[in-house]
Design a protein around this ligand. Structure first.
Ligand code: ACO
Length: 311
């Protein structure tokens, strides 16, 4: 019964154990997990587009093969995450419909355009770097299927991060034009990547409860700081400048201080007015329609197999 279920749930959380699909859980816990996991799945799926833009134009066969593998990994991440969300009782069709209708959120970062090859480097280094920073603590999320999905995703994200770093490293060892292309790209991606961690802690409505439930382990600002501290030495290795004049080491805090983020821009992107929101959704909708024959064929095949079993 519910009273027993609630006690057991509270014990699991207090002991920092895992909650599994068959366990009783508060409706609000279920709801926030479906919210976060489905947004995360949508981000992976929409996140294929900015890079798919460069598959046909990658500068060598090797780069092309790597980029294709990476974009396929992202499709896979989306699928594990939709599966994890489904264990909470929301089916994939419903989540897909919400995405296509434009009523579901996905990460702000994927609404930025990728006009240059260096953007493949910046996405790997900064976007996937931020993703790992945010997702490693999620491997310990209290909800079992989510935490377990994150383990594999983080391993693949580490590879993605390194391949991006290596693209930038190659460009920085190249001609003045290539170096300028890398720097210009880092200038565009740096601030949006910092916004991936979400609004400041005092404007984050979900953080407190999600941390109490051991879904989130660290706050948005805490992770953002960790990421900045990690980037500074990496930027030095690359030889790129991070575009923040206020960035400097604070001996007392033991962290880098940084300049203010443009939260108006963040809210504009969330409201659908980023560089590519309309294009991303339109492309997703089109892909879904183009895939209708696959769903129909799968359904027809399943029906035929079921009929055969009845014979
Ligand atoms: N882009 C779009 N929406 C965002 C972003 C962002 N960068 N950051 C926060 N939001 C949304 C939240 O989803 C929430 O919306 P909702 O209440 O309508 O659902 C709202 O802004 C307020 O934010 P928070 O209260 O801080 O939300 P939350 O506690 O869920 O924290 C966070 C946001 C950090 C993104 C969290 O959901 C999370 O860790 N998600 C899993 C990781 C993820 O989704 N990564 C996707 C990008 S990485 C990749 O796919 C490669």
């Amino acid at each position: 019964d519910d009273a027993d279920g609630r006690t057991r749930f509270e014990e699991l959380i207090a002991a920092d154990d895992r909650v599994e699909p068959s366990d009783w859980m508060p409706e609000a816990y279920r709801k926030t997990l479906v919210r976060q996991i489905s947004q995360h799945a949508h981000s992976e799926v929409i996140g294929m587009q900015p890079e798919a833009n460069w598959i046909g134009r990658a500068p060598s066969l090797k780069r092309k093969a790597i980029l294709m593998a990476k974009v396929q990994d992202e499709a896979g991440h989306g699928l594990y995450l939709y599966s994890a969300a489904q264990t909470l009782g929301t089916d994939r069709d419903t989540m897909f419909e919400q995405l296509i209708a434009g009523s579901a959120k996905y990460s702000s970062i994927f609404n930025y355009l990728t006009p240059t090859w260096a953007d493949m480097g910046s996405i790997g280094w900064l976007v996937d770097g931020a993703a790992i920073c945010n997702q490693v603590p999620l491997c310990r999320a209290s909800y079992g299927p989510y935490g377990r999905a994150m383990v594999r995703i983080c391993k693949e994200e580490s590879f993605h991060q390194r391949q991006g770093f290596e693209i930038l490293l190659s460009l920085m060892a190249g001609t003045p034009e290539q170096r300028a292309m890398a720097q210009e790209s880092v200038n565009r991606w740096y601030w949006p990547a910092l916004m991936m961690f979400g609004p400041p802690d005092d404007e984050s409505p979900n953080s407190q409860q999600s941390m109490a439930w051991n879904i989130k382990r660290l706050s948005n600002d805490g992770l953002r700081q960790r990421f900045i501290d990690m980037l500074v030495p990496q930027a030095e290795v690359l030889g790129v400048t991070l575009p923040d004049p206020d960035l400097r080491w604070n001996e007392e805090r033991g962290h880098y201080d940084h300049g203010p983020l443009d939260w108006d821009e963040f809210h504009e992107v969330l409201a659908g007015r980023g560089q590519a929101n309309a294009q991303r959704l339109e492309r997703r909708r089109q892909a879904h329609e183009d895939g209708a024959w696959v769903r129909e064929a799968a359904r027809a095949y399943a029906e035929r197999m079921a009929a055969r079993r009845e014979e």
